[in-house]
Structures are given as structure tokens and as C-alpha cells.
Design a protein around this ligand. Structure first.
Ligand code: SAH
Length: 235
């Protein structure tokens, strides 16, 4: 039987609903189901940055289905949920539905939804992706930075970085973006302390009411980094 539905991997941008692309908004508006990943907090409540963005957009919120994404290194539970959702989506696609799977920032950039995407893609279902603005690009704009210029090189690190690695990269003139700061707080503090001449740009919750941009190293050194935080470091 020919598949008549389709799946669109929709990037929502980093938080400000105005930073979604027109293409992504159109995809959401034509979708009959919108799948939205979230995480379950200590009290069992589902939290989702993607959902917050969706709720501020002109889309039919009754079509939104949130699903929990496990952050645990053990992928058993996450895989069980992805299998279940993949099956659900498959059935809808066979009925001709248009499905959006949303991701915060750009969907191809450290996005948890990609496990689900891979499952659907491996099953041979028709998937397209709509590009979005990643958080570090929005961060650069917020600070009025020219993130990289001329011959400068850029490296984006996922939060599993050591002080020595950072030292080596800055020595090689890289502009460094660090995501998921809460995973490497101590290493970053040590690196900043050892290199007083660095330009450190710290950002949290870009594009939301809790947005913060800070260059004050004394403040950065004592801060607890929330999940939605990143840094751009320049020599
Ligand atoms: N797909 C996203 C990245 C998801 S990984 C993108 O394209 O940007 C999650 C990490 O992204 C967070 O730990 C944080 O480092 C960064 N991040 C995403 N959104 C953010 C925001 N609004 N403000 C600050 N950091 C953000």
C-alpha cells in the first residue's frame, strides 16, 4: 500500500517564537499531529521547551502530543517509548496524516528527537527536515558578536570537555562554543581561572523570559549552570 502521509522534522528555534522559520510554521499548521519531546522532572511533571514555544505560535494546540525523553545513559526506557511512538506515527502515516516532530533549536543539532527520527527513517517512512536557528547562533546575535571572522575556526563542544582540551583548543586559536554546561561546570571554572584574558560570553534561556547574557567572570565563576545555558569563549 502506498504511503500517503508524511513526517516533517520541525526545528522550532531556541525559544523566541519569532525565531521559527516561515517554512516550519507552515509545516506545523498543516500537520494533523504534532509530536513534542519533553523531560520528566523530580515531581513527575513533563517539562518541554518545545511545548512552550508551540503554545506561543498560531498552531492548533489540540493536535500536540507530548512524549517523555529519558536523559538516562541507559537507553532501555527511552527506546521503549520511541518504539511505541514510532508505531503510532506509522499507523497515522498509513492513514495519510501529516506528522510534525518538533525539536528546540535546530533538529539536527544535539537533538534528543533524533533517536525517534532514526527509527522512523530506518523503517523507510517519508521524512523531511525543516532547518532552524541553533541556540548558539541566537546567542551570538543577542550579544552582537561576530562569532567567527576571517580565518578564525569554530568548535562546538557538547559538555564532555576537559580543562586540558579547552586549553589546547584556545591555544590553537579556536573560538569555542560549549553547550550543556551543567555537565562540565568544574572544568570550565578551572579553565576560566587559568586564563584571565579570555573573553567569556555566558548565556542562559535565550529567547525566553528568563534570558540572561553575562560577561562578568566573577558572576560566571559562582553560577550554577542550568540545562539551557551555553558559552562562547574567545581569546
Ligand atoms: N538543538 C538545539 C541544541 C539542543 S542540546 C540547538 O540547535 O541549539 C541542548 C543544549 O543546547 C543546552 O544544554 C544548551 O547548551 C543549548 N541551548 C538550547 N537552547 C538554549 C537556550 N534557549 N538558551 C541557552 N542554551 C540553549
Amino acid at each position: 500500500m502506498a504511503i500517503t502521509g508524511k513526517i516533517i522534522n520541525v526545528s522550532l528555534g531556541p525559544g523566541d517564537p519569532e525565531l521559527i522559520t516561515i517554512k516550519a510554521l507552515k509545516a506545523l499548521q498543516e500537520s494533523t499531529s504534532i509530536y513534542c519531546p519533553g523531560t520528566v522532572d523530580k515531581n513527575g511533571n513533563l517539562k518541554s521547551r518545545s511545548l512552550t514555544i508551540l503554545q506561543e505560535l498560531p498552531v492548533d494546540t489540540t493536535r500536540i502530543h507530548c512524549f517523555p525523553v529519558s536523559m538516562s545513559k541507559d537507553r532501555t526506557e527511552a527506546n521503549r517509548i520511541y518504539d511505541q511512538i514510532a508505531l503510532e506515527i506509522r499507523e497515522k502515516i498509513n492513514k495519510g496524516e501529516i506528522i510534525s516532530i518538533t525539536a528546540e533549536g535546530d533538529s539536527g543539532f544535539y537533538s534528543s528527537g533524533n533517536y525517534l527520527f532514526e527509527k522512523l527513517s530506518n523503517a523507510g517512512l517519508p521524512i523531511t527536515t525543516s532547518a532552524g536557528i541553533p541556540a548558539f547562533i541566537a546567542a551570538g546575535a543577542l550579544a552582537g558578536l561576530h562569532v567567527v571572522k576571517q580565518e578564525e575556526k569554530l568548535i562546538v563542544l557538547p559538555g564532555t570537555v576537559s580543562t586540558e582540551e579547552l586549553q589546547s583548543l584556545i591555544g590553537k586559536n579556536y573560538v569555542i562554543v560549549i553547550m550543556k554546561l551543567s555537565q562540565c561546570t568544574e572544568n570550565i571554572h578551572r579553565f576560566i581561572a587559568k586564563n584571565p584574558s579570555l573573553h567569556v560570553h555566558y548565556f542562559e534561556n535565550i529567547g525566553t523570559t528568563g534570558e540572561l547574557y553575562c560577561q562578568d567572570k566573577d558572576k560566571i565563576m559562582t553560577k550554577e549552570f542550568p540545562y539551557f545555558s551555553l558559552m562562547i569563549i574567545k581569546k
